[in-house]
Design a protein around this ligand. Structure first.
Ligand SMILES: Nc1ncnc2c1ncn2[C@@H]1O[C@H](COP(=O)(O)OP(=O)(O)O)[C@@H](O)[C@H]1O
Ligand SMILES: C[C@@](O)(CCOP(=O)(O)O)CC(=O)O
Ligand SMILES: [Mg+2]
Length: 338
């Protein structure tokens, strides 16, 4: 039995624009997806995903035709739900040169699904790592990140960046621009997350931004302006001492950039009423800045606040189901067992 975990993430800046080659800075957070893999004697794959519900039931499925999940949902919905684990299995088989390898897989995650905290990337990274280790062919981290990216790219119909998967693999704060991925040395930032209990479909939201960008030059300019925010933000981070608490001035300046970043994401149509409500609740509570994180449409916001005010205020905000402080996960993918 091989058990591997990988962290979720928040975007300090740059989601969506990173799909078109602008830079982004995602930061891994201490909420993990854990994948357990046991190789089988036959070539079947059985998946038990207790956090993934369809038609009100936790998903348990196998790939043999007479053993599909016994849930009454349309096939596209089922494919969307099981796609990331299936893609991880395909990448592991290819990497280990074992096209007929079968597995029993179980997924256990602390990361809400489809909420912008990178649950898909964490599941794919941990899944590929666990499956290749179980086959005796462990991958180095660069190859793991690359294969996890290819899995997301396939499931999201060719619309994915390397940001989530690289961040989940390496941990910490990272910078991604096209194929160029690096780890950043940053001070610990006081992230607070608000979750509305909902979800957005990453593939659909990315397709919506792509369509706006294709049709309107000003939407393409908006994507570029998000890139400018990231460049501005990373120069602030580069000047900060990674080993000390960040100064109030730095948090204030990063927060201002986060506020502008949220406005531009909103202009591109990926915010929602509840995300906006949580963003404003955070700002009114004294957060230095707040923005949606990830694909949007519903799910999570991230705010910067060194005090408890934002977390407390979000807990009393009707549109917010859960609020918590998110520590930076300095460790990325991690072997838990054996
Ligand atoms: N615990 C889990 N078990 C099985 N699949 C999961 C789990 N968490 C995430 N996934 C997969 O990831 C998808 C959500 O990914 P996505 O829409 O990119 O949102 P995000 O990455 O922001 O959470 C789910 O539909 C499912 O396919
Ligand atoms: C919108 C995007 O930039 C981030 C998506 O993040 P998430 O899957 O919503 O956590 C897409 C991508 O980078 O692949
Ligand atoms: Mg995702």
């Amino acid at each position: 039995m091989t058990v591997v975990s990988a962290p979720g993430k928040v975007y300090l800046f740059g989601e969506h624009a990173v799909v078109y080659g602008e830079p982004a800075v995602p930061c891994a957070i201490e909420r993990r997806a854990t994948v357990t893999v046991e190789p089988r004697d036959d070539s079947h794959v059985r998946v038990e995903a207790q956090d993934l519900t369809l038609d009100g039931f936790a998903v348990e499925y196998a790939d043999s035709p007479d053993d599909r999940p016994d849930v009454d949902v349309p096939k596209p919905l089922l494919d969307a739900a099981t796609g990331y684990v299936d893609a991880a299995v395909e990448q592991a088989r290819e990497a280990a040169d074992a096209p007929d390898a079968g597995f029993d897989i179980s997924v256990d995650s602390e990361i809400p699904l489809g909420a912008g905290l990178g649950s898909s990337a964490a599941v794919v990274v941990a899944g590929i790592d666990a499956a290749t280790r179980a086959l005796g062919e462990p991958l180095d981290r660069r190859e793991l990140a690359d294969r996890a990216y290819r899995a997301e790219y396939d499931v999201q119909d060719g619309q994915a960046s390397r940001a989530d998967t690289f961040c989940s693999t390496m941990g910490g704060a990272v910078r991604v621009e096209g194929d160029d991925c690096t780890r950043l040395d940053t001070p610990e930032l006081p992230f607070v997350v608000g979750f509305d209990g909902g979800a957005g479909d990453t593939g659909q939201l990315v397709a919506g931004v792509r369509s706006l960008r294709d049709r309107y030059e000003f939407a393409a300019d908006t994507v570029e302006a998000i890139g400018d925010i990231v460049r501005e933000g990373e120069s602030l981070l580069a000047d900060a001492d990674p080993d000390s608490d960040p100064s109030a001035e730095l948090i204030g300046e990063l927060g201002e950039l986060m506020d502008i970043n949220h406005g531009l994401l909103s202009a591109l149509g990926v915010s929602s009423r509840s995300l906006d409500t949580m963003v404003w609740a955070a700002r009114e509570a004294g957060a230095d800045g707040a923005k949606l994180t990830g694909a949007g449409g519903g799910g999570c916001i991230v705010a910067l606040d060194a005090t408890d005010e934002t977390e407390t205020s979000l807990q009393y905000t009707t549109d917010c189901e859960q609020a918590f402080r998110a520590e930076l996960a300095t460790e990325g993918v991690r072997l838990e067992e054996p």
